[in-house]
Design a protein around this ligand. Sequence first.
Ligand code: HSE
Length: 409
Amino acid sequence: MKKKLKLGLFGFGCVGQGLYHVLEETSGIKAEIKKICVKHPDKVRPIPADRFTYRKEDLLLDEQIDVIVELIDDADAAFTILKEALQHGKHVVTANKKMLAEHLEEIYHLQQRYNRSVLYEGAVCGSIPIIRNLEEYYDNDLISGIEGIFNGSTNYILTKVFEERKGYHEALRQAQELGFAESDPSLDVKGFDPKFKLAIAITHAFGVFVKPEHILNIGIDNIDALDLKFAQDNGYAIKLVARAVKAGNEVFGLVAPQFVERQHNLYPVRNEYNAVTVVGAFAERQLFVGKGAGSYPTGSAVLSDISALTYDYRYEYKKLTQGNTHRFSNEAYLEAFIRFDQPELVRMHDFEEFHSGYAANGHHYMTGLVSLEKLRSWAASAKVGIILTPKTRIVSYIEKNREQACSAA
Ligand code: HSE
C-alpha cells in the first residue's frame, strides 16, 4: 500500500471527533483525513468548516481517498456507504456494530468480491483488541467459549446504582452525557448493543454467522429494587453478561443480567469498562479488560484498524475457512432467578429442573434450569424479571439428555 493513506471520514460525532484528535496526537501514523462528510450543515463544529462536505460523493468518488472511515449512527445509511465504498475500490473501517451484525455474512462476501478490506475493531468492546486476537492469536486454538461485559453504558449504570446508590435514570443520563450511550439508549439498556457485538464476536471465535434476532437479549431495564437488595444481601454485583459457547457442532449465545460473586473475574470490572474472557483448549482462560465506550477509547481502536491497513491487513475469517460445520442453536438451558407478581405467569413445570421458590412482599421468586425458549417468552413481558444465577452455564439439550440417560442407567 502507498506511503500515506488518505481517509474519507463519515460522521463527526463522539467517535469521529475522538479519532480526529487521536490521529492528530499520533505522529507515526501514515494516514491523514482528506475530507469529512456530515449531515447537518448548520451545526457548530470545533474545526474549520472547509474540512467538511455534505455530499457523500465527495468522498466516495474521490480517487485519492483510499479508506472510508464510517462512524455514523444510522445503520442502514452506513451499510449503503460501506457497499459503495467497496464498489469504488476503497477499504472500509467502521465501528457500526448494528450494521455489521445485521449484514456480516454479506460483508464477508463483498470483501472477497471487491478484494478490499473491512475492519471493525472499534465495533466490539471499544478499546479491547478482541477481534484481531480471535483472528490471529486464537487462530488454531479451539475456543470453547467467550463471555464478558460487552456494553459500557449498562456497566456504568449498574456501577453507579450499586456503589453510589444513584437512581437508574440519573445514571443513564450521565452515561448519555459522557457519550457512552447510543443515541437510542434502549439499544444499550435492553441489551441489543451487546448482542450485536456478540454476534460479530461469534463469527470470529467459532466461524458461524448468526443473525442478531436469533440471539436472546435481556436487558437491565427490568431490574427492580428487590433484585438489587437480593444482590446486596448476598454480596453479589449484577452485570450484563454476553456469552457464547460451543458444544459439539452447536454454538449457543445470549445476553442477560447475571448475579456475579465477589471472586468472579467480572466483579471488579466497573463503570464503562468492558471485559472478555476467552476460553481456549490450550491457552485456557484469558481475560481482556479495557474501556468499552467513549470517544478516545473507541477512536483508538479505529486508529488501530487504519494503521493495520497501512500494512494491508485484512481479516481472514480463519474459523470459517477451517472446514467447521457449526451452527447456531437455541436448544439449551440455563439456571435463572425469576421474579414475578402474578402466580399464573410462571409455573414450576416451566422449569426443566426446579431448584427453589418462595414468596415475599407480594412477589414470587423461583430459580431453576430453564430453556432459552422459555426465557425468551418471559423476557417479552415487563412483569417477569430474569437474572441468571452466579454459577449458571449453558447446558445444551443434548448434554442434558445424555445426563438423564446416564442417571437412568
Ligand atoms: N453504547 C455503547 C456502549 C458504545 O455503551 O458500550 C460503545 O460501543
